[in-house]
Write a protein that binds this ligand. Structure first.
Ligand SMILES: NC(=O)C1=CN([C@@H]2O[C@H](COP(=O)(O)OP(=O)(O)OC[C@H]3O[C@@H](n4cnc5c(N)ncnc54)[C@H](O)[C@@H]3O)[C@@H](O)[C@H]2O)C=CC1
Ligand SMILES: C[N+](C)(C)CC(=O)CC(=O)[O-]
Length: 382
């Protein structure tokens, strides 16, 4: 059950809309601010896709969705939120402007997560004049409503309590939070992805393969492995009975061979963009982005479901988490199951009122953050 009472999403593009979908499908009310006049339509499209995917995960019915409200300003969106996720374009000046505004208007004990793919939280929280200690990077992976991982990164001013609360908040909506131990640009996931992306651009630019051939090389081989074991465990097994030590003894020396261009970046110019984009258009064989999204979502659900049946039925890796998550959502869905007529009559107005104190008690987790807030004030005084 989620410990978030009310969420705010600032930015509703690819990632912001993905957050909105995950939150609403967990029954949480969300207030969103995005100045794009098309934002409502775009979020609607993502919601359609997310609902479709969740229906496959929960054939017996989805929980009652949270309510989505489009706010006219950031101040309005964050006014009564206990969790705010910022997902505006990746520009430090814009992150500063938006985070300053969030900080000025959000309740003092609300946690603020940033979806940034690589900006260090220390560099962002300088813009937060009131409560920089509640900012964490909560870096998700696309599509946010299906992929569970979120990298949590704290900055120099982030309180450890805020990281703990953030972990609980993200876990309560079915995610796998991993706290990055030291603050670095691009964190862990994107350090790996950027290295692979750089190599991929070189390989296509140098005419070694096309984008389609490169993707086939990934998805028919190590792409399949990586959904179930990470790089280190895969290579441990690849070392044979002697495991990782043998693997490293055998392949360690290649580190010095001219196999990678890791430090050498291809020139980013129109020619490169044309080359990649043209081949990518050919590879799509006329499928639209929305059609590709549906194919991607069906595949991801199928992979997570398959993994959830492994390991003697306990689930393996993302599959074990998927099992817990679908169980949690099913319980939530059962709560909204149509009541019998007399029960309905009983449950009418008074029950709703009675529910209020229970709601107010929920942010005990956020209370931890309020404590941190107090501690900070007394530290300042001292
Ligand atoms: N696209 C991806 O694969 C991933 C992106 N991210 C990160 O998520 C963040 C957002 O990226 P995307 O969703 O891809 O970008 P996007 O371009 O799809 O969406 C950005 C949205 O922010 C809105 N926006 C612009 N100025 C705003 C403002 N002042 N207040 C509120 N909203 C505003 C835009 O109208 C747009 O809808 C970035 O920090 C990015 O690095 C993180 C993980 C993956
Ligand atoms: C390309 N990207 C750096 C924005 C990618 C991510 O941040 C994560 C993802 O979903 O691959």
């Amino acid at each position: 059950m989620s410990i978030i009472n009310k969420a705010a999403a600032i930015g509703g593009g690819v990632i912001g809309a993905g957050w909105v979908a995950r939150l609403l499908l967990n029954g949480i009310d969300v207030s969103i601010f995005d100045p794009d006049p098309e934002a409502s339509r775009k979020v609607g499209e993502v919601m359609k896709g997310a609902r479709r995917a969740y229906k496959q995960m929960l054939p017996d019915g989805l929980p009652k969705e949270g309510k989505l409200t489009f706010a006219k300003t950031i101040a309005e969106a964050v006014a009564d939120a206990d969790f705010i996720q910022e997902s505006v374009p990746e520009r430090l000046d814009l992150k500063h402007k938006v985070l300053a505004e969030i900080d000025a208007h959000a309740p003092a004990n609300a946690i603020v997560g940033s979806s940034t793919s690589g900006i260090k939280p220390t560099d962002m929280q300088v813009a937060m004049k009131k409560h920089p200690e509640r900012l964490v990077v909560g870096h998700p992976f696309n599509p946010v409503y299906l992929l569970p991982l979120v990298e949590i990164v704290g900055g120099q001013q982030t309180f450890p309590e805020a990281i703990e609360v953030a972990k609980e908040l993200y876990a309560s909506i079915g995610m796998k939070p991993v706290v990055v131990r030291k603050e670095i640009e691009a964190f862990v996931g994107d350090r790996l992805l950027e290295a692979a992306w750089r190599e991929a651009l070189w390989l296509v630019k140098d005419g070694i393969c096309t984008v389609e051939e490169l993707d086939d090389i990934m998805r028919y081989s190590f792409g399949l492995r990586w959904a179930q074991m990470g790089m280190f465990q895969v290579y441990r097994v690849a070392g044979g009975e002697a495991g990782m030590r043998h693997f490293m003894a055998q392949f360690g020396p290649c580190l010095k061979w001219p196999w990678t261009k890791l430090m050498d970046v291809p020139e980013f110019n129109d020619d490169l963009v044309d080359l990649i984009a043209t081949q990518s258009d050919e590879q799509a064989h006329g499928l639209s982005i929305r059609e590709l999204e549906r194919i991607r979502d069906d595949n991801l659900v199928a992979i997570m479901e398959a993994l959830s049946r492994q390991n003697k039925g306990k689930g393996w890796g993302a599959g074990a988490l998927h099992k817990d998550y679908t169980r949690q959502l099913s319980k939530l869905a059962a709560k909204k199951a149509p009541a019998t007529a007399p029960a309905k009559a009983k449950a009418a107005k008074p029950a709703k009122k009675a529910a209020k104190p229970a709601k107010a008690e929920k942010p005990t987790k956020a209370g931890k953050h309020a404590k941190a807030d107090k501690a900070k004030k007394s530290k300042k005084k001292g």
